[in-house]
Design a protein around this ligand. Structure first.
Ligand code: TRP
Length: 453
């Protein structure tokens, strides 16, 4: 199948697609929730450190593996280490993709519902947002219906292929998303809670910092950059030989971090504008607290509340869509290329399998609410296991593979595009993936898990 492996049509297309994968609910829904739960500015600082020291080297490693092998994540490892057990990193990726996407589509379904409701005007007419949110999520039919519609949209894009589907979509969505974020930040700065919001985001209080907070920050960095499960390997297999891997990884990381931090700037001034609304409200933060904030903050000019909330939920929906596409594509690419199934069939099969597990997560807000492990619902367990256990472990294996197993010359050739661009970052990269990144992940992971248990 190697000869007809798909490709992105342009360098910009490749960066937009990878950034589209990275920027998602992780930035606009999960990041503010984690910042709120973990105390604000100090968490953000640790998060940014994790992006630079751990995140970027892992992304470059995935790019090297994906582009060199021109394969999906499982075949990639098979080609680089024939007969060895390293391909378990690829299989681990498939499992993680299932765990993440099955709860991701639940929240994506909420974003679709809230977009529809806010554009239709029902969101600004209602005032009891807690009940409104609970009524929606606990109704199994409604949340499953919206998750299914969302999955169907993802399936349609993916079955159109890499250039006509993923690249074309990402090229339109990403600029739109950045534009909407810009408008929302300007609005947020006119809110009464701006001072408290900025203090929360910018003034670190290191007394709240524990190892489990650092583990949360690292898990969030993995999650937000779409790392450690083969997503970026798969996308890099569509890169052209001229794509510069290190600078592309940096561009993606910068875009992703800017969007996450700006989401904080949109959400916290809004949260602090309304008395009684707490920053640590959990997964409902952007669905329960924000609508009331939009309403109250714009009481005198209701149309602004309408515009602000519609734009916000559409933004959330678009971001979720491009990320879900990448999770879906990583498994579809494997089924399509390795099992020889047509792309359309593979994509359909993968969508249906994702959805079956997704139903469990939808139900965990309703009929399965009391089905818990250590106090966590199925939804929470999926979130915890993926970002705090499997992604760090996958990341650890991946850097050990790149730093210690892979041939140095192969890595140098990929990073320097076969000697055509300068190689001064190569030494730093190798040093990081051999020593610093594995040590950092291992220490944070082990100590964090011990503290949590
Ligand atoms: N990065 C995406 C977000 O921030 C989610 C995502 C897409 C992801 N692909 C992934 C997370 C792979 C972990 C691994 O919403």
């Amino acid at each position: 199948m190697e000869g007809n492996h798909a490709n992105f049509g342009s360098r910009m297309g490749a960066i937009f697609a990878a950034a589209g994968s990275a920027v998602g609910l992780g930035n606009i829904w999960r990041f503010p929730t984690e910042v709120g739960n973990n105390g604000g500015a100090a968490f953000i600082l640790i998060y940014i450190l994790c992006i630079v020291i751990v995140g970027i080297p892992i992304m470059v490693s995935e790019f090297v593996i994906g582009r060199h092998t021109q394969s999906n994540m499982i075949d990639g490892f098979r080609k680089l280490a024939p007969g060895k057990w390293w391909c378990i990193i690829g299989y681990q990726g498939v499992i993680v993709a299932f765990i993440i996407l099955s709860y991701y589509i639940v929240v994506s379904g909420w974003t679709l519902y809230y977009s529809v409701e806010s554009v239709a005007g029902s969101l600004t007419r209602n005032h009891k947002y807690d009940e409104y949110f609970q009524a929606f999520v606990s109704n199994p039919w409604m949340s499953i219906l919206y998750a299914v519609i969302f999955m169907a949209i993802v399936h349609v894009v993916i079955s159109r292929g890499v250039q006509k589907g993923i690249e074309k979509f990402s090229k339109v969505m990403m600029p739109m998303l950045l534009l909407i974020i810009g408008v929302l930040v300007v609005c947020a700065f006119s809110m009464p809670g701006i001072d408290d919001g900025l203090r929360f985001l910018l003034k670190p209080d290191f007394s709240k910092l524990t190892v489990s907070v650092v583990l949360s920050a690292m898990g969030q960095a993995f999650f937000s950059l779409s790392l450690a499960m083969g997503c970026m390997c798969t996308y890099a297999s569509y890169f052209s030989p001229r794509t510069k891997l290190v600078s592309s990884a940096m561009s993606v990381a910068v875009i992703d971090t800017i969007v996450a931090v700006l989401s904080g700037f949109i959400i916290f001034p809004a949260v602090f504008s309304v008395p009684g609304v707490e920053a640590d409200a959990g997964p409902g933060l952007v669905f329960i607290t924000l609508p009331s904030v939009f309403n109250m903050a714009f009481q005198s000019i209701p149309i602004l509340g309408y515009v602000f909330s519609s734009l916000f939920y559409i933004l959330l929906f678009l971001a979720a869509l491009t990320s879900a596409m990448s999770l879906h594509e990583s498994v579809t690419a494997y089924v399509h290329e390795s099992l020889g199934m047509s792309r359309r069939k593979a994509s359909f099969l993968v969508a249906v399998s994702y959805m079956s597990l997704g139903v469990l997560c939808c139900l965990s807000f309703g009929p399965l609410r009391d089905c818990t492990v250590m106090g966590l619902t199925i939804f929470d367990v999926f979130d915890f296991v993926s970002s705090k256990v499997l992604l760090p472990l996958g990341g650890l294996l991946l850097v050990i593979f790149t730093g210690w197993y892979l041939d140095r010359n192969l890595v140098r050739d990929e990073i320097t595009n076969h000697g055509t661009i300068s190689s001064h970052v190569f030494g730093i990269f190798i040093f990081l993936v051999r020593w610093i990144v594995p040590a950092a992940i291992a220490v944070i992971f082990i100590r964090g898990i011990v503290e949590i248990l």
